[in-house]
Write a protein that binds this ligand. Sequence first.
Ligand code: NAD
Length: 375
Amino acid sequence: MHSDRSETSPKLAMPDRLHRPEALRALVNAMVVAAGWTPEQARETADHLVLANLSGHDSHGVGMLPLYFQSLADGNLKPGSGPTDRLNAAPFLIVDANVALGQPVARNALERAIPMAKTGGVAILNLLDAHHVGRIGHYAELAAEAGLISLFWVNVAGRPPIVAPHAAREARFGTNPHAIGIPLPGGDPVILDFATSRMAHGKARVAFNRGVPVPEGYIIDSQGRPTTEPRHVFLHGVGADEGLGALLPFGDHKGAGLALIAELLSAGLMGAARIDQKPAKSWIINSLFGVLIDPARLEPDEALRKERIESYLAFVRAAKPQDAASPVLTPGEKERATRLARGRDGIPLDAETWSQIVAAAKRHGVDAESYGKDP
Ligand code: NAD
């Protein structure tokens, strides 16, 4: 893993290279299968990670794979792990993921909750102790594709706290994401999906890998001083004498409050891994609390539902922009536009992220360089 504490090393200053989405998908597939998972688990992981890159969320794309492989190498993440049900009684589906590979186990749980919500109008899904489940908007999109409203709160455990409570100078939370999806009949859904830290930890990782500073107002160092150096939020970026800093919550007490709620709802009530309870390991544990609602129970007339949502989105988008070059967007639009652009132009990966992927692949006999890069 990266150990260079300099922000400006020549290696880090190298330009990004563009990769074809299908080449990255094939590479991730090959790596995950070579590491011992099934082709189905590999396909789901590859599709999820590459879609995160396509959506512009490189923090949750293929750059996460070296971390997953480190979990595997340390014996924490095990290909044989699988979920067990704690409760399967509509409207509740509570699944213990037993630290199985996150993306496939989360998709599987969601796909079991969807018919429950279709039948009974609502489903409450609690997935406990999964390995990193990735971009939470992915699940809101899947629920929306099935015609369901969804709300998700997720905690992050198995690592040191990295987000400071409001007014604190040290961390107590993970980046505990929150996502909500509202399907639009015959159209693109509203997908609101974000970390409760002002910046996702993975975005600080991408900045650290690229050797660039983050904007002001996102990070404090171990003494609580504002800094733009992303190394302060990585154990391999700070010295033992220095200690970890923290990401700040978004919206002061509001984001911090939401992070606290996500921890309690997803893991805290059910005794799953909590950020203050488990020792730090080279893994990321997510527990996910989700509510799926059939909108037809709220308004059975689909045409009316469509018209109501569309007219309101149009009203919001028609607000005069601050800057004519940046139109007013509604949640989910930015990701859809980025998918079009990156599907056409390719996915940019910085040199450090790519070299970590190459090294992780090599340990399992996969030659990442043989997977085409330039679109
Ligand atoms: P972000 O700050 O990029 O916000 C994304 C959300 O804001 C999207 O809903 C997007 O459509 C909307 N948005 C973006 N620009 C907009 C604009 N100009 N106008 C209107 N809406 C706009 O997201 P983030 O906090 O960096 O999170 C990135 C990803 O990281 C998310 O997918 C999240 O689920 C994921 N995450 C996962 C974990 C985990 O442990 N699994 C932890 C933290 C975050």
